[in-house]
Ligand binder design. Sequence first.
Ligand code: ATP
Ligand code: FE2
Length: 328
Amino acid sequence: MMILGIEGTAHTLGVGIVDDSGSVLANIIKSYPAEEGIHPREAANHHAANVVDCISEALSTAGLEHGEIGVVAFSQGPGLGPCLRTVATAARALSLRLKIPLVGVNHCIAHLEIGRLRTDAKDPILLYVSGGNTQVIAYTRGKYRVFGETLDIGLGNMLDKFGRAHGIPFPAGPVIEKKALNGGTLLELPYSVKGMDVSFSGMLTAALKLDEPLEDICFSIQETSFSMLAEVTERALAHTRKNEVLLGGGVVRNNRLREMIDIMASERGASAYVPEGEFCVDNGAMIAWTGFLMHEAGMSLPVKGSHIRQNYRTDDVKILWRKVTKDF
Ligand code: ATP
Ligand code: FE2
């Protein structure tokens, strides 16, 4: 069976096709350029203008006709209302036209499931760090539970805001990473960890006030924020007694972050996994694959009950496709 998934929670529109063995046949990603920050309605217009072409491109990349798709899945939330509504409409139209089941997928869970598909991680702690999200998620007793998260803005968002103030175009993360390589003085910035939660807005305010070489500020932002993430991830590993860390979200493209998580994991005798870049960022293949797992577990939706869920929480979903473990 072939499954088509449509992602559209924020500025990225993605259409992916996977088969029931987990082969990814197409993964088309088209991002709305968010230089000035993301305007939800404009991003939704971008998705509406491009979704039909992206679906056609995914089908032709996979060498398939519409009629060969057996299930359609879409990102049901969490995310920006207008963007979610646009991709939900496209998915409902496909479901009705092709008379195939419709599945609504939680975006954060999809990051975790595509990581399990694309790497050797079996039962990992997911450190999910993107523009809008920063969460530590793991499976226990029938649910993916959020062990820690940002109490204010996502780390990527912080990097992009800092970058904008210094004339660095969106997305700022990769440029900050390059500049940090030429920095070396660790400047003091708020290190804000509360239990397994983190916060970044204080660091942003403090970093914007610094009158020091930009390379050193970039270096210090990375060292401080990534140490915070390593600390909470380590605490989640200890708490759940798991021994795998999976990375997901656009910020984990950062080599210094990967290195710090690798060091933390190996010091504990745990393993760290990162999927290829196209599966770290928002993409349609992760929605298609999670949609397939859900469909197999009987979790498809009637079109009438397929409303979007802007604040869809990770632990709202019953994970019927995994064996319930009694551990922890
Ligand atoms: P979500 O909707 O899930 O929050 P998103 O729309 O923010 O995701 P992603 O593509 O997952 O999209 O992540 C984009 C973020 O990743 C941006 O904030 C960008 O600055 C950051 N980023 C990308 N590459 C790097 C890098 N090398 N180092 C640090 N941050 C990076
Ligand atoms: Fe994401």
